[in-house]
Design a protein. Structure first.
Length: 426
């Protein structure tokens, strides 16, 4: 009884953390925090007025709409963010109920956003829209495999291209996993020549769009052109153009990203010694794998929970990690967004593809070995074991860290405990 009370209370607190974060966002919006100087607002203003460029679709749609209707662009971005959060939450609730998964675990993938992420950083981001598109993409491909109707493949292509135009990160959890899945499906159902021909015909258009976007990454001159295109609708200063987050996203440094992931980090300068980030990173990946593949370890006794095949779920989790790991390591240092892509994307993908014959034998054997190791550790098959790992998950915004642990403790309080200083997040 005590165990159930503690566990239910923990996830209720996680849910309240999401509500509290939302309340802070709304409060700050009312008080004018989200102006055009704010990074996650001006990043969404990237459009095609200076030429085709990556991440420009969202801003172009806003730009065209603003030419027809008079509205606050910043308010529209914030509103669209909340619409996507509500839709994604509703989709996940439906997904969990449809599969008979414990709703008490639902706050966990949602709370990945708030373990250590700057609570003010996610407003206006495309993450939830990308995950919604990913579900639609998986759905279209599933219908194509099931029915063989080419219209579903065309719809899948269209959704993929839309995701790539919104943000190139969709490549790693939309295009790559489905292409790999399709490659294996064709390999076991077609001759080698036909398999290659079908694979090219299936994904030629999204790949061509991707190649174009890679070459159209933008530069400082393009940033200035984009800002100038908005000048009829908002006040654009030289300082805003130079210091905008838009400028940073179009001139990112690969060296900076790798340094954040692999080398001693700057998150503990108050210690005499530097602590390398990689032990926390390794612990983070192991924890996430366990927490996702064993999430039905938790049964608090309110709803009937269907049994999940841990090996088949592991297949999806490993496949998705293989696809998204290069993105985590070399492209993005923003793990506060990358891990929701991995976790939520895996749960969505598993909803459609969960038969043993849909995965290569080597992947199934790998999953059986990993799950066998977990089975041999008694504590990992208990509610307490799951609880301890979810409480010590060191998820960080830029990288894993000790301050990312214990998600029910507010970030400001963690910082006060570790540094003796209270931080203001605004």
């Amino acid at each position: 009884m005590v165990k159930r009370i503690i566990y239910r209370s923990t996830f209720c607190v996680m849910l309240l953390a999401l509500v509290w974060q939302t309340t802070m966002h709304v409060w700050d919006y009312i008080h004018g925090v989200y102006g055009y100087h704010y990074g996650c607002i001006n990043e969404m203003l990237v459009n095609y007025q200076g030429g085709l460029v990556r991440r420009g679709l969202f801003g172009e749609l806003l730009f065209q709409a603003r030419g027809v209707f008079d509205f606050s662009i910043a308010s529209a971005i914030v509103l669209l963010y909340y619409v996507s959060v509500v839709l994604l939450t509703a989709l996940l609730v439906w997904l969990f109920k449809k599969n008979g998964w414990s709703l008490f675990v639902l706050p966990f993938p949602m709370c990945l956003y708030v373990y250590l992420c700057d609570p003010y950083f996610l407003i206006g981001r495309r993450d939830c829209w990308l995950l919604l598109l990913a579900f639609l993409c998986y759905k279209c491909y599933y219908e194509y495999v099931k029915k063989g109707d080419i219209k579903w493949m065309l719809l899948c292509n269209a959704v993929m291209i839309l995701g790539l135009l919104l943000h190139e990160a969709s490549l790693f959890f939309m295009l790559i996993p489905i292409v790999l899945f399709d490659m294996y499906h064709l390999y076991i159902t077609q001759t080698r020549g036909k398999a290659v021909l079908f694979l090219i015909s299936h994904w030629l258009f999204p790949v061509c769009v991707l190649i174009v976007l890679i070459t159209k990454h933008g530069d400082s001159a393009l940033v200035a052109q984009i800002w100038n295109s908005w000048s009829p609708y908002l006040s654009v200063s030289e300082e805003l153009v130079k210091e905008s987050y838009m400028s940073r996203t179009m001139n990112w440094s690969l060296e900076y990203v790798i340094q954040n992931v692999a080398f001693p980090s700057a998150w503990m300068p108050y210690f005499i010694w530097k602590i390398p980030a990689w032990p926390f990173n390794l612990y983070l990946f192991v924890c996430i794998y366990y927490l996702v593949t064993r999430f039905n370890t938790i049964n608090v006794g309110i709803w009937k929970v269907n049994k999940v095949n841990n090996v088949l779920l592991s297949n999806v989790v490993i496949l998705m990690l293989i696809c998204i790991f290069p993105f985590m390591l070399l492209v993005s240092c923003d793990w506060g967004r990358d891990f929701p892509y991995w976790v939520i994307g895996s749960l969505m993908f598993f909803h459609f593809f969960h038969r043993k014959d849909e995965f290569p034998i080597f992947l199934t054997r790998m999953s059986e070995r990993f799950q066998g190791w977990i089975d041999r550790v008694p504590v990992l098959n208990t509610t307490w074991g799951y609880f301890i790992l979810i409480m010590t998950l060191p998820l960080g915004f830029m990288h894993a860290s000790v301050s990312g642990m214990f998600p029910i403790i507010p970030l400001q309080l963690k910082h006060l405990i570790l540094t003796g200083k209270w931080i203001v997040l605004a």
